[in-house]
Design a binder for this molecule. Structure first.
Ligand code: NAP
Length: 306
């Protein structure tokens, strides 16, 4: 697929945003966010996913959003259309539960059929079940893992072949501050977000061979419909811990994510509390990633694609 590489200025406004330069990533020529190229955003009908979808549309991309609720998808689609740079840009939506593999495959195939191979995937669909460990129903552990972790893995698996064949792209996984630190009240949620980090670290060096960059974002509490729903279920201790970081707007988180894609950052930690938390919990990840890349690169056969 041909991408229209129209140069579009990256947003300039300074946001508190941790730029972690150490972990190497690959970048597609002319940047992953290119006018006329296709971006798929799971969870793009609300909150952080919607804010990112709007920014990508404002940068000239065709955008597909995936989520379950049809009315919310339609409303979000109109909101994203308002942000387009040009009326020819196409905004599509697919109603699907990311935890259901076959429907997800059909939805992604349809999105690719309509708007072409994706250059950007943002996996933002997610749920949070807060509560004391013994009060969380066992099925909530399974459901949270199925949506936040397996739903993300499946979305990535489904876009990679087309993205790779089209010359590369960029994948963003939306984790959480709760993916850096175990927090009382998040016994079901934290492991799903930690799992995403493990996946991102394992995927990055392989994706590099395919010309695909990987980012993992660790937003703090963010003012979204999902956050307000979750607030009702949080034990007081969880609220107390979460309040140590101020509530960010979805737009500010989205700007940090988009800037992270532009700059090819592996870790994106919006806001100073997340910056400090990320630094404190992963002080040597850049050094370790570079060492592992060197180790693997040294063993790749001569001429192998990287
Ligand atoms: N808000 C925060 O404080 C915060 C902080 C850190 C990380 N995060 C993470 O950021 C991501 C977005 O959260 P948000 O606060 O923006 O939530 P939100 O406002 O509730 O939006 C969640 C989006 O995901 C979709 N979704 C949920 N379950 C889905 C499923 N099974 N299949 C397909 N789509 C699904 C929702 O649409 P439908 O319900 O219609 O499917 C909606 O579009 C999540 O991964 C969350 O864990 C949020």
């Amino acid at each position: 697929m041909q991408y229209h590489g129209e140069a579009v200025d990256a947003p300039r406004r300074a946001e508190p945003f941790h730029e972690e330069p150490g972990v190497p990533n690959v970048a597609v020529k002319d940047g992953a966010i290119a006018a006329g190229a296709h971006a798929i955003v799971t969870g793009g009908s609300s909150g952080i996913g919607l804010a990112i979808a709007k920014l990508l549309a404002a940068r000239g991309m065709n955008v597909s959003i995936l989520a379950r609720n049809v009315e919310r998808l339609a409303t979000a689609r109109m909101a994203i259309e308002q942000e387009r740079r040009h009326p020819s840009q196409r905004i599509a939506c697919q109603a699907v539960d990311v935890a259901e593999r076959e429907p997800l495959e059909a939805a992604i195939r349809q999105a690719i059929g309509e708007l072409g191979a994706p250059r950007v995937l943002v996996a933002s669909a997610g749920v949070a079940a807060a509560g004391y460990f013994l009060d969380i129903h066992p099925t909530a552990f399974e459901r949270t893992m199925a949506v936040n972790y397996l739903g993300t893995i499946d979305a990535v698996r489904l876009v990679v072949p087309d993205m790779r064949a089209a010359g590369g792209g960029h994948i963003v996984l939306i984790s959480s501050g709760a993916g850096l630190l175990g927090i009382l009240g998040y016994a079901a949620y934290c492991p799903t977000k930690f799992a995403l980090r493990g996946f991102a670290e394992a995927l990055r060096p392989e994706a590099k061979r395919w010309g695909i960059g990987v980012s993992i974002a660790y937003p703090p509490d963010t003012d979204t419909p999902g956050f307000h729903e979750e607030e009702c279920t949080k034990p007081p201790e969880t609220r107390k811990i979460c309040k140590t970081a101020s509530l960010m707007s979805a737009d500010a988180v989205a700007r940090a994510v988009v800037r992270g894609i532009d700059r090819g950052r592996f870790s994106i930690a919006p806001g100073w509390p997340m910056t400090l938390l990320h630094r404190a919990t992963t002080p040597f990840d850049g050094v370790i990633a570079r060492y592992l890349d060197w180790l693997v690169g040294a063993r790749w056969p001569r001429g192998a694609a990287r």
